[in-house]
Design a protein around this ligand. Structure first.
Ligand SMILES: *Cc1c(COP(=O)(O)O)cnc(C)c1O
Length: 344
């Protein structure tokens, strides 16, 4: 049986969050002499600690209520907070499926948590038989699922994800950083069915706001309360919140740019296919392509020499390079560089 209270670290369960003066006084107007701010300037006041306006915009966009929404300083912050809520350092464990996003390992290491890494199968899918024995491990508290997965680009089978949600009594995190580029159904509303689910999204990829550092978590109100309890009071700057609100207000730009990226991706696949330097293009639900070449280390360097920077993923998938879909002229430059290396 899933029981949230028994999963939370005792010190976090007992924690009394920092309370600011602005939390106590709810009005907008008055003479504010409470927070030792400078009375001059435009960014002189502390921001709201609950990002009410951004959460309202998100509700207008996707219908998920503020009580089920948490805003983090990038999804990286959310990944760290999840470790800190559920995993006792030096004692508890997290689990993920490799190859995958490197931040799960970094966050586990920072928090002194053992991360169990189960290899994906040849189709980069989850192997249930490898996973099942771990459900019995009382110290396993969280499972990180990255879908669409970075760096492989594919979504995991929905039936495997559902199997984990139903059979694992700990917390299941689905990182949907790239879901905006995919036709697969998002899990963002599924916390109503699965009280152990946290879905993470970000403004860093399809929303084109990597510099603004805005990540989102959708989960039950009990889990959202825990995230709000342990976050730093002013984790989101007013500038960053405004940038996300502007992006949501300009949805046409978001849609148009996304369409260009998806079109470019299709074209890039065609062009890469025609180059014999490219041995394989893995299926992708994201804004990047994982490709297999003869010698990834060498090709990566040869591309750098032509000022085209890709991501060498040879250490994760043998002789694989991850290529982000860029602007049309950038993709042309990549193809030009590859064509040159092919020696046509
Ligand atoms: C890029 C990426 C993120 C985004 O992280 P932010 O901190 O929100 O910028 C999250 N998860 C995965 C798998 C990513 O590739």
């Amino acid at each position: 049986m899933f029981n949230l209270k028994t999963l939370v670290r005792p010190n976090i369960l007992a924690l009394k969050p920092y309370s600011s003066a602005r939390d106590e006084f709810k009005g907008d107007e008055g003479v504010f002499l409470d927070a030792n701010e400078n009375p001059f300037g435009t960014l002189n006041r502390y921001p709201n600690s609950d990002q009410k306006k951004l959460k309202q915009k998100l509700f207008d966009y996707n219908g998920i209520e503020a009580k089920n929404t948490f805003i983090g300083n990038g999804s990286d912050e959310i990944i760290d907070l999840i470790h800190r809520i559920f995993c006792n350092p030096g004692q508890d464990k997290a689990l993920t499926f490799t190859p995958t996003f490197g931040m799960y390992q970094v966050a586990a290491d920072i928090n002194n948590i053992e991360l169990i890494t189960l290899p994906l199968n040849d189709d980069f899918q989850i192997n249930r038989n490898d996973l099942k024995p771990h459900f019995k491990d009382a110290n396993l508290k969280v499972i990180f699922i990255c879908s669409p997965n970075n760096p492989t680009g594919n979504c995991f089978n929905a039936s495997d994800i559902q199997f984990i949600l139903k059979n694992f009594n700990g917390i299941v995190i689905i990182d949907e950083a790239y879901a905006d580029f995919s036709d697969e159904q998002s899990w963002q509303n599924s916390f109503e069915t699965y009280p152990n689910l946290i879905v993470i999204k970000t403004f860093s990829k399809a929303w084109a706001l990597a510099a603004a550092r805005i990540g989102i978590a959708y989960a039950s109100d009990s889990i959202i309360k825990l995230l709000n309890t342990i976050k730093m009071p002013y984790n989101i700057s007013k500038l960053n919140e405004s940038a996300a609100i502007d992006a949501l207000d300009n949805r046409k730009d978001f849609e148009a740019n996304k369409q260009i990226i998806l079109e470019e991706k299709k074209q890039l696949i065609q062009e890469l296919k025609s180059l014999n330097i490219i041995k394989k293009i893995y299926p992708s639900d994201a804004n990047f392509l994982l490709v297999e070449v003869d010698n990834a280390n060498e090709l990566y360097q040869q591309l750098v020499d032509q000022k085209v920077i890709t991501r060498n993923r040879n250490s994760l998938v043998e002789n694989a390079i991850r290529i982000t879909v860029g602007k049309p002229e950038e993709n042309k430059q990549l193809i030009k560089a590859l064509t040159y290396l092919t020696g046509f």
